[in-house]
Design a protein around this ligand. Structure first.
Ligand code: PLP
Length: 408
């Protein structure tokens, strides 16, 4: 009989979203008239920008003519898209990243999950707690961790607690790690790391020969001028960091699929005999073996956001969700509910009142207000006593939800 990769069995049942669905369904059956509002979803609701639709429609037509038909694209992604990204997301912000350092993908989840493959299995990883579960789970599957312990943590992982006390901004660990996952703006806490904090991480990585994986999926939601959108705004980051970006939350591409990784030209890690290897080459090798590119049509759609008109249209999207976030925050404040994030992020991190656990408060919100959030404990042990609310809903639902909270 064939044997399985037993590392998969170390993962607990992914019961967060199924458990939410189960409780919501049960409530709805018992209360058929209740109008449930979902503020738990991590998915966008607004349609794609017009520039993207037009560009994709044109690309579809090109695919229908022999002169302009395209088959497999370049392994790293089309140059027209990589050049636009380099110019608009980096050069225009004074950052020196070239098209050669950009690798187009069909979204950032696979990139964040796959990147660990090009590193040694005995690498020590550090993750923020709470955080996007992909970073940890992909390392568990690869066998880079031990077993899940009774305290809810995996052996051989350095967890960096994000708490109210440290403003959800943990300091680098005292011990040495090899790979560090940073998500800023953070999903789920909504916290954005400032330049000084990121500089600490870059310094730590240099001192410890570590590599930082910087997930900037929500950079489009940063409105404050001085907050870094990219880790490469920090001096020296090109020597230690890989950056992940996505069109999902920026341009509504969650169902359309496009993202990219930036691996700086000279970024290296070593073999066990201390030979330096360029990570960019390893990643290209990995991608060209296991991935056949993002569709031409989608890459055309993504490239369309890089014009004055395209930028104006994606800004309208981000502003819409940020206004939702403001309405939610103001509502929570008026209802006397302590909350964090939501200012440079579509996520609001709600502290449960009266020391309710995440799940107890989930039930309370559902039963009393017919509002669905996401229990913070689902993102890591330090998410206990919090609930994540998202601003990705429709305006009318957000207003209704807030009304219910304030009326009490
Ligand atoms: C949504 C999200 C992504 C992007 O995922 P896609 O696969 O590009 O849709 C990446 N990182 C985090 C933290 C996210 O929340």
């Amino acid at each position: 009989m064939a044997k399985i990769n037993e590392n998969y069995l170390k993962l607990p049942q992914n019961y967060l979203f199924t458990e939410i669905a189960r409780r919501v369904k049960k409530f709805q059956l018992e209360n058929p008239d209740a109008q449930i509002i979902r503020l738990g979803i991590g998915d966008v609701t607004q349609p794609l920008p017009k520039v993207c639709i037009d560009a994709m429609a044109e690309a579809v037509q090109e695919m229908g003519k022999i002169e302009t038909f395209r088959g497999y694209g370049p392994e790293q992604g089309y140059l027209f898209l990589r050049e636009k990204i380099a110019e608009w997301n980096y050069k225009k912000r004074g950052i020196n990243i070239s098209a050669d350092e950009i690798f187009i993908s069909d979204g950032s989840k696979c990139d964040c999950g796959n990147i660990q493959e090009i590193f040694s299995l005995d690498s020590k990883i550090a993750i923020f707690d709470p955080v996007y579960p992909v970073y940890l789970d992909s390392n568990v599957m690869a066998g880079r961790t031990g077993n899940l312990q009774s305290d809810g943590k995996f052996e051989n992982v350095v967890y960096l607690p994000c708490t109210e006390e440290n403003n959800f901004n943990p300091a680098p660990p005292s011990e040495k790690v090899d790979l560090i996952y940073i998500c800023s703006p953070n999903n789920p806490t909504g916290t954005v790391l400032d330049k000084k904090s990121l500089k600490n991480w870059v310094d730590y990585a240099k001192e410890n020969n570590a590599v930082i994986f910087f997930d900037a999926a929500y950079s489009a939601y940063i409105t404050e001028e001085n907050l870094p959108r990219s880790i490469y705004e920090i001096e020296g980051a090109k020597e230690v960091a890989i950056e992940f970006r996505s069109f999902s939350k920026t341009a509504g591409f969650t169902g359309t699929r496009c993202g990219y990784v930036v691996i700086p030209e000279n970024l290296c890690a070593t073999t066990s005999s201390s030979e330096k290897i360029l990570l960019k080459n390893l990643w290209l090798r990995r991608q060209s073996t296991k991935f056949n590119g993002t569709s031409y049509i989608v890459q055309r759609g993504a490239a369309a956001i890089y014009s004055d008109e395209g930028q104006a249209q994606v800004k309208i999207l981000a502003d819409y969700y940020l206004e939702n976030a403001k309405i939610i925050r103001d509502g929570l404040n008026a209802a006397g509910l302590k909350n964090f994030g939501g200012e440079n992020s579509p996520y609001i991190w709600l502290k449960t009142p009266k020391n309710f656990s995440s799940w107890e408060y989930f039930d309370e919100l559902l039963n009393k207000f017919n509002i669905v959030g996401t229990p913070g404990a689902g993102f890591g042990t330090c998410g206990e006593n919090f609930l994540r609310l998202t601003a990705f809903g429709r305006r009318e639902d957000v207003l209704k939800a807030v009304d219910r909270l304030i009326v009490g």
